[in-house]
Design a protein around this ligand. Structure first.
Ligand code: GLU
Length: 456
């Protein structure tokens, strides 16, 4: 989702990591952090807010010495944006330190198991679970620990990993989140995106799902999940810096259109377990769902159009009357709101001023509000009674694509749950709809693969 940079080389790592992270700033983030290795241990500096805060804390990286390390800009998905929740995360005694992009879907289950084994957690993130799990399986061989841990993790991830016992070595692995390796004359890099390393090298290795990287300042090794070493061909990147920010796509909108399969997959798959919908994280009880006599969907712009589409689904499946309003109208028109209803506010940023005002209006009138929001910890997410996050990652393009698709997917899921609680659809129908929903990311992928023909 957001940014990862790692460096093992002959130069000081902290300034290189900060500069690399800066090249990924365009993606948006809420906090940043770096972990720098030295023979006597690993030093971590992290802070909520802009990279500049980190720069000031470390005098542009000069106050932390060490020639290898990993850095991260976070787009929070689990746990509010805060200094404590920002990456890197680590296990006890910093035996294992990680930065992570993506979502660990079974984090709660893994966390419960680790707690039973005596592990203590300091953050609300899914990422800390990865650090502790690696620690649990670490018996002196990092590669083995990574293999053992990863077969137990479901979800999407790019991970940069330091093991305290292995000075100078960086490990990395990915599944469904981008990760590349760059080879420069003065050292090796990992990064979630090309711009982070373009100032140092154009020689890049693409890492495929479940491949593991081990690198030092002069050495690069790649392994499959069985721990067998694999050969990789380097590619030469000839994009200019501007094109690189868009992963080679013509513009951000095109890039984000292609990110839709992953965004929709992230939004739905964490909420479906063994073909059953599980929206318990929202916090609305079955009794509450049953009691809603009317739904008000309030939003602006494209999010309003999501509401218009969702209305058909919700009325059709759950047989509840739905009203869809532009937030700018809702907030000023003194609406008549029925008791025992629910207001759903949809917003990518969670900061849309009219939608926030509409949310407050509904709450003042005693109507509970469910927010469907992309940005964790945003104003609308904080003020709503219930939140359902879309996990689309940062959206740079003003014209929305992946945020829209994930909002739609979220509301489809909510409609199914509502219909089931209201006993308007059977468990079998719900399971059939869930099975259809699970096919959606692959279908989007197939359409995108055929886009030239469709355009023609
Ligand atoms: N899920 C992780 C978190 O919330 C990583 C987010 C990211 O990709 O930046 O901390």
């Amino acid at each position: 989702m957001c940014g990862i940079v790692g460096y093992a080389g002959l130069e000081q790592a902290a300034p290189i990591l900060l500069n690399g992270l800066e090249k990924l700033e365009y993606r948006g983030y809420d906090s940043a952090g770096i972990a720098i290795g030295r023979e006597d241990g690993i030093e971590i500096v992290k802070a909520k807010g802009r990279l500049n805060v980190l720069r000031e804390m470390t005098d542009d990286g000069k106050t932390i010495s060490g020639t290898w390390g990993i850095g991260h800009t976070r787009w929070a998905t689990h746990g509010e944006p805060s200094t404590n929740n920002s990456h890197p995360h680590y296990s006890r005694g910093k035996r294992v330190v990680v930065v992570h992009n993506g979502i660990i879907e079974n984090h709660q289950e893994l966390k419960d198991r680790l707690i039973k084994k005596g592990y203590r957690f300091q953050t609300q993130t899914d990422t800390e679970v990865a650090a502790q799990l690696l620690d649990f399986y670490y018996k002196g061989d990092p590669l083995d620990a990574i293999q053992q841990a990863l077969i137990r993790v479901t979800g999407s991830y790019a991970l940069g990993i330091l093991f305290q016992d292995f000075p100078g070595v960086i490990y990395a692995v990915r599944k469904d989140c981008p990760l590349i390796v760059g080879a420069a004359s003065h050292g090796n890099f990992i990064a979630s995106d090309v711009p982070a390393i373009l100032n140092h090298t154009r020689t890049v290795y693409e890492i495929q799902n479940m491949e593991i990287v081990k690198m030092t300042d002069h050495d690069l090794h790649f392994y499959n999940l069985d721990g067998e070493e694999i050969e990789k061909q380097a590619n030469h990147i000839d994009w200019d810096a501007e094109a690189a920010e868009k992963s080679g796509y013509e513009h951000f909108m095109m890039k984000e259109i292609h990110e839709q399969p992953k965004a929709v997959r992230d939004t739905i798959s964490a909420r479906i377990h063994e073909n059953r919908l599980d929206l318990s994280q929202i916090g609305l009880s079955g009794e509450q769902m049953k009691s809603f006599r009317r739904i008000y969907i309030v939003a602006c712009g494209s999010a309003y159009h999501v509401g218009v589409a969702a209305r058909y689904v919700m009325e059709d499946l759950a047989r509840v009357p739905v009203e869809v309003d532009l937030a700018s109208e809702f907030r000023y028109r003194n609406p008549v709101l029925e008791e025992q209803s629910l207001c759903i506010v949809i917003s990518q940023s969670g900061e849309t001023a009219d939608s926030l005002a509409a949310l407050r209006e509904a709450k003042t009138r005693g109507i509970p509000v469910l927010a469907v929001v992309n940005v964790l910890g945003s104003s609308i997410a904080r003020e709503a009674d219930y939140v359902m996050y879309t996990w689309a990652g940062p959206e740079i393009s003003v014209a929305t694509t992946k945020a829209y698709s994930t909002q739609l997917a979220a509301l489809y899921m909510f409609s199914m749950e509502l219909a089931r609680e209201k006993e308007q659809i059977s468990m079998e129908t719900c399971e059939a709809l869930v099975a259809e929903l699970l096919l959606l990311p692959d279908k989007i992928e197939r359409i995108l693969a055929d886009k030239e023909r469709i355009q023609w």
